[in-house]
Design a binder for this molecule. Structure first.
Ligand code: EPZ
Length: 419
């Protein structure tokens, strides 16, 4: 089993680059198969999620060529085969193949999805949208079948009961080749949604309003090839800015789109974090006294649920008490007992996290229960005295490309061991 071993307390400085956005590229790759010509993505991060999606493309007979951070796929010879459950359950975002297979062929047979340990993660909003577009959903063993019965998807007016990133993107993907107009109301507004809309429009789709709460898609007959640069990963950026403030003595986080992090940076400023925001980088100085603050997550442009865990170690460094409420995933608290094992004064009470900052952390054996919890443990381990051993680290490697090398370049004493 692979583990990460960290000896904390070392001053870190230098530059850490942010890679392409995981939550964009896991939708861009399935969306590519809507086209009947080759498509190239630039700035693709080196993640196991990407490798799994490329495996699914190969299963579907799509030729894929990877050159460093570029990925070219030629979907012209695509064969619409069932995607088996064991492949689908490697990552929840494989559900974007439902939208693209349905959009292009009117038929998809896919295993049922899995995903992180963040509590139940339904896909009812996705299925409701597909049904509104004219698909029937049936089940055959551990596969789900989406079928239009040979007819073309029909545009529809869809109101999302809950703001959902995945359902918004999946509906946009399926509706791009539908007959007529689709309007999505109460759509999510995340930057990754805009990134997918830009790719689709450059393939020939007609999507307006991505990034707002109402998205209009006028279906077209076919989609062609293009080249697309993946946006930087705002969650990786926020994770490293928080890490830099917690243990850095002058760290520049590069390839950052400031406008994707406004609510996060506002919170850091409320804590008293000193940083210099540049055009595409954030320089974080060595911090002096920090103030504890309260966090309440909400859909974009609010404070991202994915950043409450990575920010927590920095909060534990601040003077005072605070509380963290994740309004999107109430159960996103599995990092709390792990941090407590390192000496943190943190616990959950009535669906929220309460903490008292200022307590020194000590190294311990801890477990990465999910992707962003794992990053929080890495930051805490870099802050702590002594050695920390982190297990279940596959979660971390799913979302943070080359994280060991990136942190070693800052001077961190961090190694990946295979025991
Ligand atoms: C995306 O997940 C991200 N993943 C998540 O990041 C992120 O935490 C989440 O959006 C919220 O911002 C990817 O983009 C691959 P949702 P997604 O649909 O799309 C409920 C990470 O760490 N819901 O916006 O699955 C759902 O239970 C990951 O990178 C339904 O009820 O999230 C949740 O409470 C973790 N029915 C809320 O909506 C549905 O059909 C928001 O979920 C779909 C969602």
């Amino acid at each position: 089993m692979r583990k990460i071993i960290i000896t904390g307390g070392r001053p870190l400085k230098g530059e850490i680059p942010v890679s392409g956005a995981k939550n964009s590229v896991v939708a861009l790759i399935p969306a590519m198969i809507l086209a009947d010509e080759p498509i190239t993505l630039d700035g693709v991060p080196d993640l196991s999620d990407v490798a799994n999606l490329v495996e699914m493309l190969s299963l579907l007979g799509v030729k894929v060529n990877r050159q460093q951070e570029s990925l070219t796929a030629d979907p012209s010879g695509l064969v619409n085969r069932p995607i088996p459950p064991e492949m689908i359950s490697q990552l929840r975002a494989s559900y974007y193949f439902y939208g693209s297979l349905l959009g292009r062929f009117g038929y998809a047979k896919v295993g049922l999805p899995g995903g992180c340990d963040l509590g139940p993660r339904p896909i009812d909003l996705h299925l409701k949208a597909f049904e509104a577009l004219g698909a029937q959903v049936t089940y055959e063993g551990d596969h789900m079948i989406l079928s239009t019965g040979g007819r073309r998807l029909q545009g529809a007016h869809i109101f999302m009961d809950t703001v959902s990133v995945g359902a918004t993107i999946n509906t946009m993907i399926a509706a791009s080749l539908a007959q007529g107009r689709t309007v999505i109301e109460n759509s999510a507004r995340e930057p990754e949604i805009i990134d997918v809309a830009i790719l689709l429009n450059n393939m020939g789709a007609r999507i307006r309003g991505a990034g707002t709460a109402v998205i209009t898609i006028d279906g077209v007959e076919r989609l062609g090839g293009t080249r697309h640069q993946v946006i930087p990963d705002r969650i990786e950026a926020g994770s490293y800015i928080a890490l830099a403030a917690a243990v850095g003595e002058g760290i520049c986080v590069t390839n950052v789109l400031y406008e994707h992090l406004e609510s996060f940076i506002a919170k850091l400023e409320e804590m008293g974090v000193r940083m210099i925001v540049k055009e595409d980088a954030v320089f974080v100085e060595k911090q002096e006294a920090l103030r504890a603050v309260d966090i309440s997550t909400s859909p974009y442009p609010g404070f991202a649920t994915d950043l409450q865990q990575p920010l927590t170690p920095l909060l534990l460094k601040a003077q005072g008490r605070g509380k963290i409420k994740d309004t999107i995933y109430e159960k996103r608290v599995n990092h709390v007992p792990e941090l407590a094992r390192m000496g943190a004064e943190i616990s959950t009470l009535g669906g929220q996290i309460i903490y008292t900052g200022g307590k020194p952390l000590s190294g311990a054996e801890v477990r990465a229960t999910d992707l962003r919890a794992g990053l929080a443990l890495i930051t805490a381990a870099l802050m702590a005295d002594g050695q920390t051993v982190i297990t279940d680290i596959e979660h971390i490697l799913r979302g943070y490309s080359n994280i060991i090398e990136k942190l070693q370049a800052l001077g961190a004493d961090i190694t990946l061991v295979d025991e």
